[in-house]
Design a protein around this ligand. Structure first.
Ligand code: NBP
Length: 488
């Protein structure tokens, strides 16, 4: 153990403990600190025993244990606990010290903290960490942003402990961690990661539902489909665990069928949706995934409505194997849309907050270690490497081709779901976005006419240059005065 620690980690819950063990396993000396000191003692006596980990029982001893510049990583509950702890640290910090928040903080908080600590000469890093308990211990995906002056000091530790992707020689050397960008950019990217996670999970659940309720398949039969999909472009961690879950038996029966169908959520999907609304980015798939969880929570109402409100009888008379192939295409099409929307949101944030982001590098940070890891991310990286300013992922030739191949099956599935009354909110919202995005002439002309009719909001004309605004006295009763607000 070195005389002075390379870094301190504050917060000995599931993430903090495992990150410390990961750091120690990579040769770093770590100081462990927790608000409730007894957790430090039991950690040192247990999992941290005989490792390059020392404990601290006060903020003073924590800071005294660190080599310069001092790096203090918070792995505490996000929100007020982070601000409270920074307040406690501040009187003891020197210029150039580095405070890292590795929790699930909101990116606006990281914007604020980067600025306020920066005024005091303290370097702030807001780092999204994904991968849960196992990832933290064995290699998470880490998305750091904040004050770029901190990065050279933090980089060796973060890149050593992060998950790795194979390089061109097949060696696991490429870290799933790189500098994301200024201020809250790291936490923004982590937030979108979590939103995409909501979408990926819901898409899979919709595939399961239609196989169960329309095709009448058992958990074992559905499991076999997911097992096959592991070998396709859909291959991902979430497809893998779905296959495992469907295979899991309790008393000889699939446990999944005994689990109550009400989904919980911790809020990061909602933040992604709310942020998309603020920034005016159509993020329909993730929005629907959040609302699907909200709808699932209305269990009692749904049970009552199931007998009170009728719908079509579910009948399937086609070829199951063909339908399952169509379903694979539906999942693929929806997944492409979800990532296209997620990256569009990140691109809009980059423009709004003046962050310089490397989208291919973001795809690589999600390639391993995190919940949305999948082979698909390699193609996203290639797309942005070819065209760093790509407006929308669907325009990349690889994804465009894949959408062309997928859309017939995708439409067949949505048609069957609609005719048979099977709810597929994400996969159908994705198809609507896909069709809307590729429609040169949307009905917003009529919408603008409606706005002008009732609110004199004005409109632009197809036969006039952009930027010229017109108002019509539609009824002959209104005046010619138009509203000054025109938002596109
Ligand atoms: P929790 O989110 O459960 O937080 C527990 C830790 O926060 C304990 O060490 C607790 O200290 C400390 N804490 C609290 Br609560 N209030 C505090 C305060 N005012 N001052 C100082 N410490 C305080 O732990 P976690 O699940 O390990 O997650 C840590 C962070 O990482 C969170 O932001 C979480 O959202 C994020 N994250 C979690 C996961 C996951 O899978 N769990 C994955 C990715 C990211 P105490 O022992 O004294 O109560």
């Amino acid at each position: 153990m070195k005389a002075q620690s390379d870094i301190a980690v504050v917060g000995l819950a599931v993430m903090g403990e495992n990150l410390i063990l990961n750091m120690a396993s990579k040769g770093f000396t770590v100081t462990a600190y927790n608000r409730s000191y007894h957790k430090v003692e039991s950690f040192l006596a247990g999992r941290a025993k005989d490792k390059s980990i020392r404990g601290a029982d006060s903020i003073e001893s924590l800071l005294a244990s660190l080599s310069s510049p001092r790096k203090i990583m918070l792995m505490v509950k996000s929100g007020k606990p982070v601000d409270d702890f920074i307040e406690q640290l501040l009187p003891h910090l020197d210029k150039g010290d580095i405070v890292i928040d590795g929790g699930n903080s909101q990116f606006e908080d990281s914007n604020r903290r980067t600025a306020s600590l920066g005024e005091k000469g303290i370097l702030y890093v807001g780092a999204g960490v994904s991968g849960g308990e196992e990832g933290a211990l064995l290699g998470p995906s880490i998305m750091p942003g904040g004050n770029p002056d901190a990065w050279p000091h933090v980089k060796p530790i973060f890149q050593a402990i992060s998950a790795k992707v194979k390089d061109e020689n097949g060696e696991l050397t490429v870290p799933c961690c790189d500098w994301v960008g200024e201020a809250g950019a790291g936490h923004f990217v982590k937030m979108v990661h979590n939103g995409i996670e909501y979408g990926d999970m819901q898409i899979i659940c919709e595939g399961y539902l239609i196989m169960r309720d329309l095709l009448g398949m058992s958990a074992d039969e559905i499991q076999a489909v997911f097992e096959q999909w592991k070998q396709t472009e859909l291959s991902s961690y979430l497809i893998d665990i779905t296959a495992d879950i469907l295979a899991y038996k309790e008393d000889g029966e699939a446990l999944v069928e005994k689990i109550l169908d009400t989904a919980g959520q911790k809020g990061t999907g909602k933040w992604t949706g709310v942020t998309a609304l603020h920034l005016g980015v159509p993020l329909t798939l993730i929005g629907e995934a959040v609302f699907a969880r909200c709808l699932s929570a209305l269990k009692d109402q749904r049970v009552a409505a199931a007998s009170a409100i009728s719908g079509p009888a579910k009948t399937f008379s086609g070829d199951k194997a063909v339908f399952i192939e169509d379903l694979k295409h539906a999942l693929l099409g929806a997944k492409i849309v979800s990532y296209a929307q997620g990256f569009a949101l990140i691109q809009e944030a980059a423009s709004e907050y003046s962050w310089k982001l490397d989208y291919g590098s973001i795809a690589m940070m999600w390639r391993e270690g995190c919940i949305i890891r999948s082979v698909f991310l390699d193609n996203i990286k290639q797309a942005y490497d070819k065209h760093p300013d790509l407006d929308n992922l669907m325009l990349d030739s690889y994804f465009n081709d894949m959408l062309a191949k997928s859309q017939t099956g995708w439409r067949n599935v949505i048609a069957a779901a609609t005719l048979n009354g099977v709810a597929m909110p994400c996969i159908s919202a994705a198809l609507s976005y896909f069709d809307g995005y590729r429609t040169a002439d949307l009905p917003a002309n009529l919408l603008q006419a409606q706005r002008d009719y009732f609110g004199a909001h004005t409109y632009e004309r197809k036969d006039k240059p952009r930027g010229e605004f017109f108002h019509t006295n539609w009824t002959g009763r209104g005046g010619n005065t138009s509203s000054t607000t025109y938002d596109v």
